[in-house]
Design a binder for this molecule. Structure first.
Ligand code: ZN
Length: 943
């Protein structure tokens, strides 16, 4: 599953759990293990045909089950459904003669414990097979993305209702009574009842339809594989489909509301081929006769239900005319993630949510791999930047969690098993293991794991055991010749939280290592040690060496290279190891100098890692700020936009601080680097270029226009002029925001462009949400440089509300956006008193002031904010925000005193002489554009 904003939810749920756990019985319980279901016959009738009277459902479920230990009680899960009848008989498969069929009392429902309990007046016979029948009804929620729920879309004035489902983590129990924990796997034979105006989809293919009379039909679906209850799914809708066959001949259908079905084409072209990729990689054929992918209007994220994957529309639909490349990447990643689950998660399932990473870590690992093969995307660097650098940043904080979570035992804790640490760090752990064992042994081990646990559930030690068997067959050893101990090596990574920093010093051919946990400043450092694989790149080895030459297994350790290390070396050379490295200063200088003369001496992924490490060390106070900058000196030779992203991540923190000073040195320095990249990419797309060139161009051109590259600025203005005059938008979706924003911060048509964008924004229909976002966001780039004083006019429209031009929320959002630019911020600060008027949303004044304060660094602007706080003391609940403002100002003062002049001098010394000083630098354009183009990096959090 890719959940929607799970991180916040997780934090929230932990709080709720702590609060609710006062009494052990006062929450959902785990089921006893004495009964094991093996087959369900579920018939369900969701009624969406009289919306004015609600959305009831009714159904019946027959559950055939084994008795593994004798009991006089049947306990199932249910939540907020009404179980009306219960019957018990022996199952047709029972082979125990004389098995006892006791009588039963009325079912007792408990919505706190989320159970239905049937007390028996005798015991069930151990080893016998029984069949129970329950008849039930309930009410569906609307657009809840939870249980079996009602969703809708509108065609003009007409609202069309549909039924969708989301049963993970534990919502199947809201649709029918069941054994709703992942280890209780069974076969499900599902029948869905619907009226003529809709069709139904289930996990299996439709086998037959019966006419029930009264306008109702029963659609009977093929039996599912042996699977967990959270994978059961259904959709009842009038959606339209695109039907394809994978190259291996499997039926693949994609569904969306009729007006949006045309946006299914990209997914339709990729889904079948990705599915076939997994068949080939695992050597296991896809398990059911069809695969449906459905875009459900109100949901976000996606859910891997076996044979019936449900997505948010943004996760499955792609509009080539108006969507940026980042959307395309996201759609492809989500497709691959959910398809990966059919093997990893659906076929082999974590036994309980303490091992969620066995589902999600694998899906996160495999969401990238097929894209290289199927879409020909060279995506390894994007993966590194998007998935790993972002999770490492969280792993350095006190919010870090382990990948494997033995602490999760109660149902109320299960949600916290779905965190970035199970997904992205879990994926990183598998990538590191693949490097240590080699691709062939890794793949063979996975095949064994799938074969050992197909249609069963597994725990982490099961995975390590399958691997260990293959490792021994293949004779994989540690560098010292010892058999590779899979569990021992990996436990240090998946059971401990955090990431290590490895300090490396060299004397001759001996490398000395010292490891400790890498943490943000002021956090206590625990005495963890990890098993850290060392790979080595130098002149002798080449850039892409993946051989583990040494394993650091103690806090301090050393390695003697059998041959000369040469004049420079780099460790973790393809960045497959999950750790940061701090080299001794001479070795660091030698490495940077090597890259300045030959940037390809190490792989580009490692170059990105070097920059990420360098800026992380300065932000966590492991080094002085200025020391990271020497790593950017090789960027003049850099040829990969993705490596740039790493540098920009770090430099953007400095830009934010420098915008408040009148120092242009940082801008000039960056210009001298970015020009080389821009000349390679140019502004406009070239015919037939690949997707990633287009994606890189977005990053490079936003930097080039922001830092005053005149070719870039002229081209942007020219394209916007054509758009305005001819009403024909020839700007590629990836370049639109850059072009709009540039045309509002430079050029001679700022005023015309501003109002043209506003007019367009109102006309754009709802399908082009990317276009609307671009237009609205670009308006914050407006500059007051020109005679028309457009910035003040824009501020008038936001602050003064005579015409109620913008909603309250928009007024605040637009002011916050303006505060990112020097001119916007200064002008807002000059006019800040105007916010203290009756009709300006009171609670949001402090929010605007905070946004401004965060970017104030000079004594002058800092004093202005403080004056405002004195003049307008905190009112009604704003005290906390005021405290935050004062903290931000103090931190900025401190940073400036410690770092500003040193860094400014560094830039002055390193700027190339030939940069034109007249050019403008639009930090706000750069900042916002960069963040926007990187939006898809937040995939897990945003879904
Ligand atoms: Zn998933």
């Amino acid at each position: 599953m890719i959940p929607k904003m799970f991180l916040c939810l997780t934090i929230l749920l932990i709080n709720i759990c702590l609060f609710n756990n006062v009494s052990g019985q006062n929450e959902a319980i785990r089921l006893p293990k004495s009964l094991r279901p093996y087959k369900y016959f579920l018939t369900i009738r969701p009624d969406i045909y009289s919306p004015s009277t609600g959305f009831p459902f009714s159904g019946s479920v027959i559950i055939d089950f084994d008795v593994t230990s004798t009991t006089n009680q049947i306990v199932l899960n249910q939540l907020r459904i009404n179980v009306r009848n219960f019957f018990l008989v022996l199952a047709p498969e029972n082979t125990i003669p004389g098995a006892n069929v006791p009588g039963w009392a009325n079912p007792i429902q408990n919505d706190v414990q989320q159970t239905v309990v049937v007390n028996l007046n005798g015991t069930l016979t151990e080893g016998a097979k029984y069949r129970m029948l329950l008849i039930f009804n309930g009410e569906m929620e609307v657009a809840s993305n939870n249980g079996m729920y009602v969703d809708y879309y509108d065609i003009g004035e007409v609202r069309r209702y549909l039924v969708a489902s989301q049963f993970q983590i534990d919502h199947a129990r809201k649709a029918f009574p069941c054994f709703d924990e992942p280890e209780f796997k069974a076969v499900f034979k599902v029948t869905v009842e619907r009226k003529r105006t809709r069709h139904a989809l289930g996990n299996g293919e439709l086998e037959r339809t019966r006419d029930l009379g009264d306008g109702w039909f029963a659609d009977e679906f093929a039996e599912t594989p042996h699977m967990s209850s959270y994978l059961v799914a259904l959709v009842v809708s009038d959606f339209e489909k695109v039907e394809t066959r994978s190259p291996n001949g499997k039926l693949v259908r994609l569904w969306a509301q009729p007006e949006k079905a045309k946006y299914l084409n990209f997914s339709a072209g990729a889904a079948g081929r990705i599915q076939d990729w997994f068949e080939e990689y695992t050597g296991i054929e896809y398990q059911t006769s069809k695969m449906d992918h459905v875009a459900v209007p109100s949901r976000g994220g996606a859910m891997e239900n076996w044979g019936l994957i449900q997505y948010g529309e943004n996760e499955l639909l792609y509009d080539p005319e108006n969507s940026v490349m980042a959307n395309k990447v996201r759609v492809a990643l989500v497709l691959a993630h959910e398809i990966a689950h059919q093997w990893f998660g659906n076929m082999v399932t974590c036994k309980w949510w303490d091992d969620t990473w066995l589902n999600e870590g694998f899906a996160a690992f495999f969401q990238w791999q097929p894209l290289e093969a199927v879409l020909n995307w060279d995506i390894g660097l994007v993966q590194k930047v998007r998935d790993e650098f972002s999770i490492i940043k969280q792993d350095e904080t006190s919010l870090s969690l382990p990948v494997q979570r033995p602490d999760i035992q109660k149902p109320s804790q299960a949600q916290s098993g779905f965190s970035g640490f199970t997904y992205r760090k879990g994926g990183a752990m598998l990538r590191m293991l693949e490097q240590m064992l080699g691709k062939a042994t890794f793949q063979k081990s996975l095949k064994k794991y799938l074969a050992d646990f197909a249609y069963k559930s597994a725990i982490t030690d099961n995975l390590w055991n399958s691997f260990q068997t293959v490792v021994e067959e293949d004779g994989v050893t540690l560098p010292n010749g010892e058999v590779f101990p899979v569990k021992e090596i990996m436990d240090s990574w998946v059971l401990q939280r955090g990431i290590p920093i490895l300090n490396v010093t060299r004397s001759g051919n001996v490398l000395k290592f010292d490891q400790q946990r890498y943490l943000q400043p002021d956090l206590p450092v625990p005495s963890y040690t990890w098993n850290i694989p060392i790979t080595l790149a130098n002149d002798a080895s080449g850039a892409g060496n993946l051989t583990t030459v040494h394993m650091v297994r103690t806090k301090e350790d050393e390695y003697t290279s059998p041959s000369s290390l040469g004049s420079w070396f780099a460790l973790n050379s393809l960045s497959t190891g999950y750790y940061r490295i701090k080299y001794g200063s001479e070795d660091e200088t030698a490495l940077i100098n090597k890259l300045k003369s030959d940037v390809n001496a190490v792989d580009r992924i490692y170059r990105a890692q070097l920059l990420d490490d360098a800026f992380s060390f300065t932000s966590n106070k492991y080094r002085k700020e200025v020391e990271a900058l020497s790593f950017t000196t090789f960027l003049k030779q850099e040829n990969t936009a993705g490596t740039w992203v790493s540098a920009i991540n770090g430099l953007s923190r400095l830009y934010e601080r420098f915008t408040d000073f009148d120092s242009a040195e940082i801008g000039k320095y960056t210009r001298s680097i970015v020009d080389t990249m821009f000349n390679q990419f140019t502004f406009e797309p070239k015919p037939n270029e690949d997707d990633f060139t287009a994606f890189s161009r977005e990053i490079v051109s936003s930097a080039a226009c922001s830092f005053g590259n005149s070719d870039c600025i002229n081209k942007a203005n020219e394209l916007v002029n054509i758009y305005r005059e001819q009403k024909e938008n020839r700007i590629a979706p990836n370049q639109r925001y850059t072009a709009y924003c540039t045309s509002l911060s430079s050029g001679d048509k700022i005023r015309e462009n501003f109002f043209f964008f506003e007019e367009q924004q109102k006309k754009t229909n709802e399908l082009n949400y990317n276009e609307i976002n671009d237009l609205v966001a670009a308006q914050a780039c407006v500059s007051d440089q020109t005679q028309v004083n457009m910035l003040d006019e824009y501020l008038d429209r936001i602050i003064k509300s005579e015409d109620l031009y913008y909603s309250d929320l928009e007024r605040v959002t637009r002011l916050v956006a303006l505060s990112a630019s020097t001119r916007g911020r200064n002008r807002t600060l000059e006019r800040i008193d105007e916010l203290w008027v009756e009709d300006f949303p009171r609670g949001n004044r402090a929010t605007v002031l905070l946004a401004v304060a965060r970017n104030c660094h000079t004594p002058f602007t800092i004093q202005k904010v403080r004056d405002q706080m004195t003049r307008r003391p905190a009112e009604g609940g704003d005290e906390i925000v005021y405290e935050e403002i004062e903290n931000a100002l103090k931190a900025n003062e401190e940073w400036t005193n410690e770092n500003f002049s040193e860094i400014d001098d560094w830039f002055r010394d390193n700027v190339q002489a030939n940069v034109d000083e007249k050019e403008i630098f639009s930090f706000s354009l750069f900042e916002k554009n960069f963040k926007k183009s990187m939006k898809f990096l937040d995939l897990n959090e945003h879904f």
